[in-house]
Structures are given as C-alpha cells and as structure tokens.
Design a protein around this ligand. Structure first.
Ligand code: FMN
Length: 185
C-alpha cells in the first residue's frame, strides 16, 4: 500500500510568526512514520494576489496543484480574535474540488487559548468544501508551552500520534472510496 500523501499547511504568514516552527516540527514528527509521505505547504511561499482575481494566477494554480496532489491535510493554525487568520481563508477559497472527500486535521495554538475557536471556524469551512474533519487535535497555549517540559512533550507526542492515526484511517478509507465511486455533488 502506497503511503498516504499528507500535506501540512502552515496557515500563518505573519512576520515573525511562530507558525513556521510549529508546522515544521509537526511535519518532522509525521515524517517518522513510513505510512505517510509528508510535504509542507507554507502559505508564505506563494505570492498570492491582494484581491481574488478573475483568472487564477501562477501562484494560485501552483497552490491548487499542491492541494490536489495531497490525500489528507493537517492545517496548522493560530487563533486571531477567536478565529483563524485571513491568510488561511484566502488560500482555502482558491481550491474547491481538490478538498473534496479528503480528511483534514488541525494543529492549533494561541496565547491563553489553545486555538480551538479557530478550529471550530475551520470545521465549518471544510464542511462546506465536502472535506471530513477529524475529531482530535494537537492544541497548545504558547504561554504555557514550556511548563512541565517533559510531561508536556510526552502529551504532545501522544496527541500527534492520535491525530495522525485518525488521519491515516480516514485518508486510506477515502482513497479507496474515491477510487470505487465518484463523490456525489
Ligand atoms: C491579530 C491577532 C489576534 C490574536 N487573537 C488571539 C486570540 O483571540 N486568542 C489567542 O489565544 N491568541 C490570540 N493572538 C495571539 C496569537 O495566537 C499568537 O500571537 C500567535 O503567535 C500567532 O501565531 P503566528 O505567530 O504563527 O502568526 C492574536 C494575535 C494576533 C496577531
């Protein structure tokens, strides 16, 4: 069985973001597994236009191809004012069919919260796109990230394993489902 193609999407493009470190660390953890083929989709690497264009630009086409190629996603999101960042919504809206009947998991973070408002908002968006969001998340409060270090690291590792197990199950199941019959819409 070919490994599941997992894209880890780094959602923050803010200057001095912490999202890149979090996203790349999570991707390294996922890369330890031989049942996953992991790529990082960093939204800061695409030169997206300032407004939604009538025709897709080269950057949009390249992003949509990256989404199309993947069979499962982990969205790495901070919380901004009890929601997710605009950079993420801008990119998500560039694709449509490419998200369909694929699983999406979340790594979220915030200051004082753990980004769960952002995740709740994203679940609604991905449901509209016919994607399947998985139940468990990896979530942490940046202000407490260094407390009880070893314990915290162990818990995070367990949370990563659970998220990746769920994504793998849904990813393989939906891979087979898409191959067996076209998705309805
Ligand atoms: C505009 C803005 C709004 C924020 N709102 C929240 C919030 O509602 N809840 C929270 O826990 N943290 C909030 N934060 C703190 C961020 O989660 C924190 O700065 C985090 O590092 C942002 O992710 P990034 O560095 O990857 O962009 C906010 C930060 C910014 C810049």
């Amino acid at each position: 069985m070919a490994p599941l193609r997992l894209a880890v999407i780094i959602g923050s493009t803010r200057e001095r973001r912490v999202g890149e470190t979090i996203g790349r660390r999570f991707a390294e953890e996922a890369m330890r597994r031989d049942d996953l083929a992991v790529t990082v989709v960093d939204l800061a690497a695409y030169e997206f236009p300032g407004s939604y264009p009538a025709e897709p630009t080269a950057a949009i086409r390249s992003f949509v191809q990256d989404i199309n190629r993947a069979e499962a996603f982990v969205v790495v999101t901070p919380e901004y004012n009890h929601s997710f960042p605009a950079s993420l919504k801008q990119a998500i809206d560039y694709a449509y069919d490419e998200w369909q009947a694929k699983p999406v998991g979340f790594v979220s973070y915030g200051c004082r919260s753990t980004g769960l408002h952002a995740v709740d908002g994203l679940r609604t968006v991905f449901t509209a796109l016919h994607a399947v969001t998985v139940r468990d998340t990896v979530a942490f409060d940046l202000l407490n990230a260094h407390s009880e270090q070893a314990e915290c690291r162990d818990r995070l590792r367990q949370d990563c394993r659970l998220l990746l197990d769920e994504l793998w199950w849904w990813g393989m199941t939906l891979r087979e489902g898409r191959a067996a019959r076209p998705y309805v819409n």
